[in-house]
Design a protein around this ligand. Sequence first.
Ligand SMILES: [Zn+2]
Ligand SMILES: [Zn+2]
Length: 163
Amino acid sequence: MSLDNRPVYTGGCQCGAVRFRVEGALGDASVCHCRMCQKASGNFYLPLVSVRGARLDWTRGEPKRFRSSNAAWRGFCAECGTPLTFEAPDGVALAIAAFDDPTGIAPTIQWGVEEKLPYVHGIAKLPSEETMGDVSSAPYLADLVSYQHPDHDTEKWPPEEKP
Ligand SMILES: [Zn+2]
Ligand SMILES: [Zn+2]
């Protein structure tokens, strides 16, 4: 919470070169299955939350932007490629999973369903394993060292040395 009790959210890209801060209420949260959102995210669909009614500040770096149409720009980290924004004339939306704590930002609607990939619906029913569920086939997982930026703001990033 900020001094005047407005909610505050933080987040950023995987490498930490780009960080954002949102102060105020978040708007609509959605997933978009359209072909542009698939390409921009390299994924089956793109989860976004509108921040048009809130204050958005870039607290470290700033996204690079690709103009994906005459109406919209897509922001991403130029260092690591994390998709970060959808910027249209009516406001900016941020990628939900880029927030430090995305757990409370649940999508309430799906857009672009005409392009929805046919197997997406069945993913929730697939066999499920935790990351370490098959460590024998990926033994490097046992002593993995993450270089991902932590889920909170940092004074300095990256740390001096990477093991
Ligand atoms: Zn990055
Ligand atoms: Zn879309």
